[in-house]
Design a protein around this ligand. Sequence first.
Ligand SMILES: Cc1cc2nc3c(=O)[nH]c(=O)nc-3n(C[C@H](O)[C@H](O)[C@H](O)COP(=O)(O)OP(=O)(O)OC[C@H]3O[C@@H](n4cnc5c(N)ncnc54)[C@H](O)[C@@H]3O)c2cc1C
Length: 419
Amino acid sequence: MSTIHRTDSTEWNGRARPLVVVVGAGIVGIAQAWAAARRGCRVVVLERDARARGASIRNFGMVWPIGQSNGPAYRAALRSRALWQELIEQSGVWGSRCGSLHLAYREDELAVLSEFARLAPALGYDCQLLTPEAVQELSPAARRPGLLGALSSRTEMCVDPREVIQNAPTWLAETYDVQFRYGAKVQSLYNGRVTVADGEHILADQVIVAAGADLRDFYPELYRHAGFQRCKLQMLRTAPQPAGWRLGPMLAGGLTLRHYAAFGICRTLSALKERIEAETPELNRFGIHVMASQNGLGEVILGDSHEYHDDASPFDKAEIDELMLRELRKMIELPDWTIRERWHGVYVKAPDTIQLDAQPEPGVRVAIASGGAGMTMSFGLADEYWEREMGPPLSPTPSAAHSPQHIANGAAFDGAATS
Ligand SMILES: Cc1cc2nc3c(=O)[nH]c(=O)nc-3n(C[C@H](O)[C@H](O)[C@H](O)COP(=O)(O)OP(=O)(O)OC[C@H]3O[C@@H](n4cnc5c(N)ncnc54)[C@H](O)[C@@H]3O)c2cc1C
């Protein structure tokens, strides 16, 4: 089997072009590949499966700055959002700047939302409290009976994760000559030397491990030391809604306020949490809070639950789906509730970390999204990292004449599966 060497005379804009190998073609791998490639790196992405099919195709597609705590996390989320806009415009994948509504049906929910609306604008959040009448003008889906008000935020975007994971690689390949190799399981890493399951070796200037929950296979000690835990989430998808009906802003409710760090600034939150535990402990048992987004096909994506267990059952619980639908029906009205698909996803979460950035050995960096915000954070965090390493993006984009296809399609990539 062959060895690909990092030493290469290719230059772009008078700069030598390092060879970056990214392990994993989920959203973190895509974000890292894009950020490195637009700074002139030659990038090869190695994905174990025929397509990435981990957390990155199983989520709501919510780009959700409003949930991030103020300061660096919120700023990185807004940076991500700007990059998502760029990707949507340039690649043609579907996306919607639909914003979000957190709906209140109980006084304690309204109290948290009012407090947040009072405090958050001074911290940079673009949000406001709406009356029920104003909510109705924005959202055909918000259930009117019992509605007390809502927090409206304009910064949230919706993408279709399945489409992004399918089509963004093609765009990156065409625009930046990033090479995606599927069915290429990385077997081992050692000081920048990558060994693929078929026996091939690649000597990279930098390896980025974006293997999501499978970080444990590479660096079990790092995984344990960071305090990662696996979390299993159940999700549902409706049939396409009839006659072009649109959800409008993505929807969340009072249960969600206990889930996202942003609302931790509210003193009224503890009373809400206590009431939920006293009234509906079954929701806490399964970590249920409910949200809804809608993709470009008109399907509404509903969820979710959170079961923390390193050995989670492969089987989904009907009880969880029923509880989620019960809570969703309290706040959302859909023309068609037919559930077409049910699935679960798994992510890893470490305490107080939005992304694990570590260098476990020379030439290797680990980038693991922690928790349920990888779609929201990955582009911003990848861009921050590569800007620190290599400065702002270069333009124009590298032309095919200077592409890593030269490496990828050459004899050196014996039998490489290119895409
Ligand atoms: C149900 C659910 C809903 C969510 N909703 C949202 C949301 O709406 N908004 C949001 O911001 N976040 C959301 N998240 C979180 C988000 O989906 C994750 O943070 C993100 O997808 C993680 O991306 P990743 O690239 O790190 O992992 P993954 O998508 O799991 O990708 C890792 C890839 O690495 C590959 N790999 C592993 N080992 C190897 C190897 N040895 N060799 C080669 N390849 C390998 C895997 O095959 C996989 O494709 C949700 C998560 C879930 C599960």
